[in-house]
Design a protein around this ligand. Sequence first.
Ligand SMILES: [Mn+2]
Length: 334
Amino acid sequence: MDSSSLQQVISILNKHQRFTIGCHLRPDGDAIGSLLALGLSLELGGKQVEMVLPEGEPQTYNFLPGFERIRSKPTFEPEVVISVDCAEQTRLILPPEVFTTKPLFVNIDHHISNTYFGDVNLVLPEAAATGEIIYKIICAGGFPLDDRIALALYTAVSTDTGFFRFSNTTAETLSLAAKLVETYGISPSQIAERVYEEKSFESLRLLTEVLSTLQLSEDRRYSWMILTQEMLQRYPVELEETENFVNYASSIRGVEIGLFFKEVQPQDIKVSWRSKATVDVSRLAAHFGGGGHARAAGCSLTGPMEAVTKEVLSFVQQYFEEKEKAKAVKDVFV
Ligand SMILES: [Mn+2]
């Protein structure tokens, strides 16, 4: 645990008055939850805060108190800009004008691939969610915590752990969740229902199309699916609603890597990677300029779907072949 940067962040939050907070492109529950938890806590402590998401907030999280306070444009000049849950500056969706007065730049995140782009960086890859780090800051710094903030934190932590199913779920994660439920009356079933179980009809129809593209490699070690612009035109849904589709590919028994190729714009293919305990997909995604976590990562490639899938799949195939070879060498010598 990086206690010196934790203390540094706390003293910055105490010392300054005006904060602008932003998070990553296409924000998920952890990004929105962390943004709101930190923003509302600072505000409750008497600070001036602007939470900014320029491209329109994902409506999945509109039940969170304070959601209506998120602005699409910044209106003031901050002393401090804080990025939450964002691994690299290019993915931060704050407009450039928030940096005109050269504010102090604070980077709070848990992605192992974080590029330490801030003036101060609090990056804890062992944290299951950035929400967990925000909670640490609030507790260690004695910042206010109320029902609204607790709900934002619970949403951050529960969504980034797949509702406490993923391998990043630790005793610390569960005790944080328990504390929030016990003290602030949060209903885990209500949040799970709202965020996880409630789906649109169109997104389920789209899922049937995506599942019909499901393929399995010859060695049955990796599996993949695709989503084309044409499918999206038939069933127009927010891309965030397709976020969990990739889990079907990785859920196949024996499969070590699941891949999902999404044509988010013509020629712009986003690739989601999921793995089980044996493969660190953040390293494979990094080969294509992406990143993320060991079990969940992403990258983007430009080109037609067919060329992109071919390139990525042959890289994955090669990865497994080299792994086999290395294992064979070890078996001979050990
Ligand atoms: Mn996160």
